[in-house]
Design a protein around this ligand. Structure first.
Ligand SMILES: NC(=O)c1ccc[n+]([C@@H]2O[C@H](COP(=O)([O-])OP(=O)(O)OC[C@H]3O[C@@H](n4cnc5c(N)ncnc54)[C@H](OP(=O)(O)O)[C@@H]3O)[C@@H](O)[C@H]2O)c1
Length: 257
């Protein structure tokens, strides 16, 4: 086999949550470019339709499915719908996420629940529904969770978010151990600093930009394309013997703190 074939996702069926914009949309496009048929989900159907249309315009297969991942029954229904539309399910990217910084003394239950239910509970129940599909179909699978630098380090005023992303890393490891017997690999990507709707407000602050750049050995912020290779790799046969791992894509940030 030529080495490139190891990374080929032709014929694979993938579901990406939170794919209406930002990292999720970019990863859905990357999986499609590698050959996968994709289902894209988010709450806002208009933006999601744009993602699906862009993938189809580039020659790919894409279906848009509305999904709020905080609704467990909708997670199950959307995963089932994706498998039906695609003709199976091999890859899940748990990307849907929300963040809001607030001093911990001021965090209320509503903020905690919104962040943890989206980033952690939603990811678990999407993973469970996908794994049931894979098990019932007798097909191996790859699940990729979007972790964060806050999975590894403590960031002040980001405690609900950091708790959800640390939990997601623990979940990645535990599910990897539990589902290896089903042929399902569970890994994570930990992006560093990428400018998206989620993080946009920080980038307008020049003092913040300069202080962050000083902490990133490659001295630049991430480009969404920097995440493509690792996502395709983890989804593909090239990563067949890798499970329970989180790969930072951060320009060297974590390695140097
Ligand atoms: N940007 C970064 O620097 C960075 C760094 C580390 C980790 N991450 C992680 O990467 C992932 C993507 O982040 P991003 O920067 O691309 O953020 P983003 O631009 O705000 O996109 C978030 C996506 O999640 C969807 N979403 C939010 N709440 C949802 C819900 N309840 N149900 C379903 N979908 C929901 C949004 O669509 P709707 O609003 O339409 O639902 C959107 O498609 C997140 O998990 C984030 O924590 C980002």
């Amino acid at each position: 086999m030529r080495n490139a074939a190891l990374f080929d996702l032709s014929g694979r069926k993938a579901l990406v949550t939170g794919a209406s914009r930002g990292i999720g949309r970019s990863l859905a496009e990357a999986l499609s470019a590698a050959g996968a048929d994709v289902a894209v989900t988010a709450r806002s159907l208009d933006s999601l339709d744009e993602t699906a249309a862009a993938i189809r315009a580039a020659g790919g297969v894409a279906h848009a499915i509305a999904l709020d991942v905080t609704d467990v029954e909708r997670c199950r229904a959307a995963v089932g719908e994706a498998a039906r539309l695609l003709g199976g399910l091999d890859i899940l990217i748990n990307n849907a996420g929300v963040e809001e910084v607030r001093p911990s003394l001021d965090v209320d239950e509503a903020l905690w629940d919104r962040i943890v239910d989206t980033n952690l509970k939603g990811a678990f129940f999407c993973a469970q529904a996908a794994a049931r599909q894979m098990r019932d179909a007798g097909r191996p699978g790859a699940i990729i969770n979007l972790c964060s630098l806050t999975s590894e380090v403590g960031i002040p005023t980001a405690v609900p978010y950091g708790s959800s992303k640390s939990g997601l890393l623990g979940m990645t490891r535990a599910l990897a151990a539990e589902w290896a017997q089903l042929g399902i690999r569970v890994n994570a990507i930990a992006p560093g600093y990428f400018r998206t709707a989620m993080t946009e407000a920080f980038y307008d602050n020049e003092a913040w930009r300069q202080s962050m750049l000083a902490k990133i050995p490659q001295h630049r912020f991430g480009d969404l394309r920097d995440l493509h290779g690792v996502a395709v790799f983890l989804a593909s046969d090239a990563a067949a013997y890798i499970t329970g791992q989180s790969i930072p894509v951060d320009g060297g940030f974590l390695a140097s703190i």
